[in-house]
Design a protein around this ligand. Structure first.
Ligand SMILES: [Zn+2]
Length: 326
């Protein structure tokens, strides 16, 4: 038997223990999971989590390999989130849209559908607000799998909203949210592999029937999951998702978009202390800010800021002052 075969067997065994026999009720899901895992190029990463189990059966990789895997798995998306990690809730590490890069490539390799079912509600305006995910019909108790490899950031109960929910931060920089669960099967800080059971489907919180509310987010900002995944074939549209800020977050232009994240309005061209005018972007200086903190915030350098604004590095900034940064 090859190492991969062994891993597949052990993933199957672990999943069965974690989720009970419910998974057997959905052969479609099992098929997708098996297929995705077999074709997953990141298999070495997944195996990291199972090392303790398979150590008795297979030779462990060289030490060098393990170092590389540790770096990959321990702090998923760490550079993207600048080390920010909070278990407080979905929005805890949300970055204002104006500070999200204009474009970024996100790998979709290793995707496993969280559950296979009919999409009953799409992303977008709904009941005068925005539905930040999609709803997938399911039977209560049906196992929900992690969409990609990653780490559990939040497990919580939200009586008026998500019900029992889980937020995962993935190695590819995305975060996914799983709402209305009947039961949570993971703990905060736990590493998970794509397809691993994270909870059971249900109808807890603000829900009218059993379904999974599924969100995909980048730097805390929701993206329509259907832009990334084809939920009819249960595969990503492309190997990589090329995120273009103005397209991925186009809903921010909608009049239904009433986010408490005032800074989100970069697409509208106005925000708390950063705004666009005449094709350039400006930053309104707040108390305590320095040229270097402003440069860092907008991904530029102190030199560039000085040139654009015809000031010297030693200029004293005053609150309310406007600085051009693009
Ligand atoms: Zn929903």
């Amino acid at each position: 038997m090859t190492r991969q075969t062994l891993i597949i067997i052990f993933v199957a065994i672990l999943t069965t223990f974690a989720c009970g026999t419910a998974s057997a009720q959905n052969p479609g899901y099992e098929k997708f999971r098996a297929k995705a895992m077999a074709g997953n190029s990141n298999f070495s990463k997944q195996s990291h989590l199972l090392d303790s189990v398979i150590a008795h059966y297979v030779e462990i990789d060289t030490e060098e390999d393990e170092d590389v895997r540790d770096q990959d798995v321990d702090n998923p998306g760490d550079d993207i989130y600048n080390g920010a990690w909070s278990t407080d809730g979905v929005n805890a590490n949300r970055v204002a849209l104006c500070d999200v890069p204009d474009s970024v490539t996100i790998s979709c390799s290793g995707y496993v559908p969280p559950v296979v079912g009919i999409t009953t509600s799409h992303f977008g305006p709904r009941w005068r607000r925005i539905h930040y995910g999609i709803d997938i019909a399911l039977r209560t108790g049906e196992p929900i799998g992690a969409a990609f490899d990653g780490k559990v950031r939040v497990t919580k109960f939200d009586r008026r909203g998500y019900g029992y929910y889980v937020v995962l931060r993935h190695d590819n920089g995305l975060e996914t949210v799983y709402g209305h669960l009947s039961e949570i099967k993971v703990f905060e800080g736990q590493h998970v592999v794509a397809g691993q059971c994270i909870g059971l489907g249900g109808s807890t919180g603000r829900s009218t029937g059993p379904h999974l509310h599924f969100e995909t987010r980048f730097m805390g900002n929701p993206i329509n999951p259907e832009k990334i995944i084809n939920f009819a074939t249960n595969e990503p549209h492309n190997k990589n998702f090329f995120l273009v800020k103005t397209i991925a977050f186009d809903y921010a232009k909608s009049s239904n978009y009433r986010s408490s994240y005032a800074a989100d309005n970069i697409i509208k061209g106005s925000r708390g202390n950063s705004y666009a005018k005449g094709g350039h972007r400006y930053h309104k200086v707040r108390k305590g800010e320095t040229l270097s903190s402003i440069a860092k915030r907008h991904g530029t350098t102190v030199n560039k800021l000085c040139k654009l604004n015809r000031i010297s590095r030693n200029s004293k900034l005053r609150p309310g002052q406007r600085l051009r940064y693009t």
